[in-house]
Ligand binder design. Structure first.
Ligand code: EPZ
Length: 428
């Protein structure tokens, strides 16, 4: 088992390069199943969720070749059986994208019920609603979703609420269907646009991605392409907040500033300086941190994936801040860990009330999920003293080389290996 050990209190300084977007890349990798030729993905983040997706494709018979650590060549013609290996897929939310892509290509798909970060109940009823609208049926068989259709016919799909995953799956299942599909109340995240651009560059006909109405005319063939994943807006936002929490001075490079607008606006409200350049943002603090209120929303609102990190930052602002996150049932599990470091936060359902404290102090804490783990790192960097974070496998799911990148900004963070027996004793 590994943990991060951080000696906090050092302002972050320097430039950090942002990697490709996790939530785009997992969709693009799944989408290679729909491609009839060889395709190459560039700027793919080197993270464990991607490694899992590549292993799933290989085990299903696809050729997957690492050209370098962030460039991957795919040829999925070797896949003949639309069944995803159980153990690998059940731990990851993105595995549900294999439902849409296998259904879109084979009109048949067996995928284990998806896993992923424990943020409360995460059903896939809207995904299934989209598949049914196109003519598919579904059943649960041995812990897997089985979705199948004689043929897929374009139709209107109206989501009951905005859902990223179901929007992705509706695109996957309709891109080779017969006729026109109209998705209403679609998610507008940058990774939805990235997927549409990737598929259109192969010859698909998808219009309106990034708005709440997406129109897809089915095509028969998707040719090979080389395509670069967009930069990760959440990784970028995490480093922006880390710079602010440590009162540092950091340039976050290789970003699309427009994707960061809601984060930039909130940091500025808290008295943080943010200057947007063409492909970077410059973040620094030269005065007191003020409070603000946050309500997470689908894009272009404030992203739920930034809520734990921003809430951690707000524990250091003088005064009271209110954070509302009703995208998921329970995205405040990290609060109990923050309290060990001196944070003053009370949570009632989907609302957290944060009373700013002058300082946090280091402590042994656990990462409870991916973004909560990033929040623990931010807390450790800002705290006085030493913080030890365990369960860092959660963090490795979505942040490429986070300890290396932070050391490049002057942070005192080490990755420490602890033998199982010791870790058992530690956990008591
Ligand atoms: C994607 O999850 C992201 N994961 C999440 O990022 C992100 O938090 C979320 O979108 C919102 O932006 C990936 O892209 C792999 P949703 P997803 O469908 O698709 C409910 C991270 O940290 N819902 O938009 O699962 C659902 O339970 C991860 O990178 C249904 O009820 O999110 C949730 O409460 C965490 N039925 C809400 O809608 C459905 O059929 C939003 O879910 C689908 C969703």
């Amino acid at each position: 088992m590994e943990k991060f050990v951080i000696n906090g209190g050092t302002p972050l300084k320097g430039t950090v390069q942002i990697s490709g977007a996790k939530n785009a890349a997992v969709a693009l990798v799944a989408a290679t199943i729909l491609c009839d030729e060889t395709c190459v993905l560039e700027n793919v983040p080197e993270i464990s969720d991607i490694t899992k997706c590549l292993t799933i494709l290989r085990e299903m018979g696809a050729e997957v070749e690492l050209i370098d650590k962030n460039t991957i060549k795919f040829n999925t013609k070797g896949i003949t059986n639309p069944e995803v290996p159980y153990e690998l897929a059940r731990t990851m939310r993105a595995s549900c994208y294999f439902l849409g892509t296998l259904l879109g290509r084979f009109h048949d798909a067996f995928v284990p019920m998806p896993g992923g970060c424990d943020l409360g109940d995460r059903p896939i009823d809207q995904h299934l609603k989209a598949f049914k609208a196109l003519g598919a049926s579904d059943e649960i068989v041995n812990g897997a979703n089985h979705v199948y259709a004689d043929e897929l016919i374009g139709n209107q799909i109206y989501f009951d609420f905005v859902t990223v995953g179901a929007t992705m799956n509706a695109i996957f299942a309709s891109v080779k269907a017969k006729g026109l599909t109209i998705i209403e109340n679609a998610a507008k995240e940058p990774h939805i646009v990235d997927l549409a651009n990737f598929l259109n560059s192969m010859g698909a006909d998808i219009r309106g991605a990034g708005t709440d109405v997406i129109k897809i005319r089915g095509v028969d063939y998707l040719h090979g392409v080389t395509y670069a994943t967009i930069p990760d807006q959440i990784e970028a936002g995490t480093y922006m907040v880390a710079a602010a929490a440590t009162k540092g001075d950091v340039v976050i490079a290789n970003v699309i500033p427009k994707h960061l607008e809601s984060i930039t606006a909130k940091l500025r409200k808290c008295g943080v300086n943010v200057v947007e350049n063409d492909e970077s943002v410059h973040v620094w603090v030269d005065g007191p941190l003020m409070t603000t209120s946050i309500k997470t929303m689908p894009h272009p609102g404030f992203p739920t994936d930034m809520q734990p990190q921003f809430s951690t930052f707000l524990t250091l602002a003088e005064g009271t801040s209110i954070v509302t996150d009703d995208i998921f049932d329970n995205r405040f599990r990290y609060v109990a860990e923050l309290r060990r470091m001196g944070a003053d936060i009370s949570v009632d359902g989907k609302v957290a009330v944060i009373q700013g404290v002058g300082r946090l102090t280091g402590a042994p804490v656990s990462a409870t999920d991916l973004r909560a783990g990033a929040a623990m790192i931010i807390a450790g960097l800002a705290a006085e003293g030493t913080t030890e974070i365990d369960n860092i496998h959660y963090i490795e799911r979505g942040y490429e080389k986070i300890d290396e990148k932070l050391r490049g900004l002057g942070a005192d963070i080490k990755r420490v290996y602890i033998p199982e027996a010791t870790s058992m004793k530690l956990s008591g």
